[in-house]
Design a protein around this ligand. Structure first.
Ligand SMILES: Cc1ncc(COP(=O)(O)O)c(C=O)c1O
Length: 292
């Protein structure tokens, strides 16, 4: 598989050469931030938004990124260029860097930057046709005043525990509630409901990562005069919806047809989803930064 890696100062193209120190605080403590970005058709989709979120996440954990946004953009474009691929996935990480065994970030002299660009394995196409079966998991999303889900930190254990619960129940994904019992999001995707041709999604500070795909869907809805509401939602709002779907850079838009063993709407993938997916896919053809 075509692969290109930027390893904090040098480019490598073999997995075996892409090794990091055991004293890297990203590894020792999950001390860092990251982005997952898609490339479509030679364009890095919504790269400015990803840069904005990355720098914001870093600011949130008091991590100084050692390059400017422009320099980081160029590093991402160059790593992508080196894959020779027109469509791929980019994982961009900034960690606290190398320190010693204590958690104190002052021991880490400089933040480290790692970028991986490679092919992407999406959900199989039949899941887009037939929809996902999801369950509600008992692991709650962390409260914003604990580890704010809005900062995309390398510490994903909260989501991983939720994902493992969903796996144990044989589900495709897990819906996570926030500490107050409102629906937040899935373990790696945002969630939307459609009812009477209006869209609903949980708002910021309800335990969500403000997804870039989520943002694009909100934009598309507004452009197409579809009323869109960001508001607190409970599980029943999703079960009683006409349609439910998830959004994320990896999955794009993917429909949900069953929640906790109960059908959503008529239990089939709806037309609203299909229309939105088409509009989203149209968008990916032009809404990005070219790397060639
Ligand atoms: C917890 C969580 N929520 C939502 C998303 C979707 O965000 P985006 O659309 O920016 O990929 C992700 C993506 O990785 C995620 O990890």
């Amino acid at each position: 598989m075509a692969l290109s890696i930027y390893l904090d100062g040098k480019f490598v193209d073999k997995k075996e050469d892409a090794t990091v120190s055991i004293f890297e605080h990203g590894l020792l403590y999950g001390d860092g931030v990251f982005e997952g970005i898609r490339v479509y058709n030679g364009l890095v989709f919504r790269l400015e938004d990803h840069m904005g979120r990355l720098f914001n996440s870093a600011k949130g954990i008091d991590l100084k990124i050692p390059v400017s946004k422009e320099e980081m953009t160029e590093l991402v474009l160059e790593t992508t260029r080196r894959t020779g691929l027109d469509d791929c996935y980019i994982r961009l990480l900034v960690t606290r860097g190398i320190g010693d065994l204590g958690i104190d970030p002052r021991k880490c002299e400089k933040a480290a930057i790692y970028i991986i660009a490679t092919g992407i394995a999406l959900y199989p196409e039949d899941r887009y046709e037939q929809g996902l079966k999801v369950v509600t998991v008992s692991t709650r999303r962390t409260r914003p005043d604990m580890l704010n889900p809005q900062f995309k930190s390398l510490n994903y254990l909260n989501n991983i525990l939720g994902k493992m619960e969903a796996n144990r129940m044989g589900a495709d994904e897990g819906i996570m509630l926030n500490a107050e019992g409102y629906v937040a999001e899935c373990t790696a995707d945002n969630i939307f409901a459609a009812k009477n041709r209006e869209l609903f999604t949980p708002p910021p500070y309800h335990g969500i990562l403000e997804g870039i795909t989520r943002k694009v869907i909100i934009e598309i809805a507004k452009e197409n005069n579809v009323p869109i509401h960001e508001r607190g939602m409970v599980l029943q709002d999703f079960i009683a919806a006409d349609e439910v779907f998830l959004t994320g850079s990896g999955a794009e838009l993917i429909p949900v047809v069953e929640i906790d063993g109960r059908p959503v709407g008529d239990g089939k993938v709806g037309d609203g989803f299909r229309e939105l997916r088409k509009l989203f896919q149209e968008r990916t053809k032009y809404d990005g930064i070219p790397f060639k």
